[in-house]
Design a binder for this molecule. Structure first.
Ligand code: KG4
Ligand code: ZN
Length: 333
């Protein structure tokens, strides 16, 4: 019955989770609201807030799980990818805790953990499956052959899907982070109101920079004709942009599923919280006979539960890190 403490601090969420024998008992997420005033995450501020949040987050996670710190068997932490200053806080905490309690350390790749979040639920995908991982920094189609045997078969050549959401919301004058606000406004709008282009990129790769430029010009031209264009049409714009981003993602996913002949299809990462994308996947899945896996909302955006579950599977494999380990801003699978 291994008890794993998971620590996540790769971007602007400080999170701690406790998992006992693969069952998640707690998942505490401390959001950093300080970045809203700056329109994006300020790395130096993120790192400082992580320092303030990390100990209370771990204490809360232990208390919610009713687990004593002396009962922990291993500490799993996000080694990368992410903001170096942010990662450093979680890595240093994990190392210090493990040293003090004489516990093994388990290093986790944040992008793999987003995918392994599917193993928290009772209904787990079967290998091999395809996972569309969409976050603020990454957009990938991953062929998941085993827990830690994953191959990226397609990825973005420029902006990530979450970045496309956040940049669109910035163009529309909405606060950061914009993805959830695009989602909220889109629910009230007509997704067919405006047509934005779908880039023609070969293979399973993505591109979102052209879409961003076309949205920018579309807004600029319409504002020139009517200064209140955004206010009058916000819901329709959000619905149309969301629809296009979702269709760019899902069309590639469908192509990959056909080529690899895979029917277990999963969604992961912050953008998998998006209502239009979730609905779109379910509709496409129904047409194609897929078994679709969509994480619970709390496991979509950054969280330590996904680190703890990934840590559990590495613990079973006996794969541990040593005290000299350092964070990695860029980290391959
Ligand atoms: O995985 P995540 O929490 O952090 C990274 O590792 O990047 O993803 C954050 C991204 C942001 O771009 C945010 O705007 C987007 O996920 N996001 C959403 C929604 N919730 C979060 N995008 C669209 N609709 C949402 N409901
Ligand atoms: Zn993430």
């Amino acid at each position: 019955m291994p008890v794993i403490l998971g620590i996540e601090s790769s971007c602007d969420e400080t999170s701690a989770a406790v998992c006992v024998d693969g069952v998640m008992l707690s998942n505490v997420i401390a959001n950093q609201t300080i970045h809203e005033a700056y329109g994006g995450v300020v790395p130096e501020l993120a790192s400082r807030v992580h320092q303030q949040n990390i100990v209370p987050a771990v204490q809360q996670a232990l208390s919610n799980a009713k687990v004593n710190k002396n009962d922990i068997d291993a500490v799993a932490f996000t080694r990368g990818p992410g903001l170096l200053g942010s990662l450093l806080v979680g890595v240093s905490f994990a190392k210090a805790f493990a040293l003090a309690k004489n516990l093994p350390l388990i290093e986790i790749n944040h992008m793999q953990a987003h995918i392994l979040a599917h193993f928290i639920a009772e209904d787990k995908p079967s290998f091999p499956f395809l996972c569309l991982t969409v976050s603020g920094g990454h957009t990938q189609i991953v062929l998941v052959k085993d827990y830690f045997d994953m191959e990226i078969i397609g990825q973005t050549l420029d902006d990530a899907a979450g970045e496309a959401m956040d940049k669109t919301s910035k163009i529309l004058g909405l606060p950061y982070p914009g993805g959830p606000l695009i989602d909220k406004n889109a629910r009230l709008g007509n997704p067919e109101a405006y047509k934005f282009p779908e880039p023609q990129i070969p293979g399973f790769d993505f591109s979102f920079s052209g879409l961003k430029t076309s949205i920018l010009y579309f807004i600029r031209d319409n504002i020139a004709a009517d200064p209140d264009f955004i206010q009058k049409n916000l819901a329709d714009i959000c619905a149309s942009v969301e629809k296009r981003i979702a269709s760019i993602l899902l069309n590639k996913l469908q192509k990959a599923a056909m080529q690899y002949n895979i029917k277990d299809i999963a969604l992961a990462g912050g953008v998998s919280a998006n209502t239009g994308l979730r609905q779109g996947l379910l509709e496409m899945g129904a047409k194609n006979g897929w078994k679709c896996f969509i994480p619970k909302f709390e496991y979509c955006t950054d969280n330590a539960a996904m680190i703890a579950i990934a840590g559990y599977y590495k613990y079973l494999k006996g794969e541990f890190a040593d005290q000299h380990i350092a964070p990695m801003a860029r980290m391959p699978f």
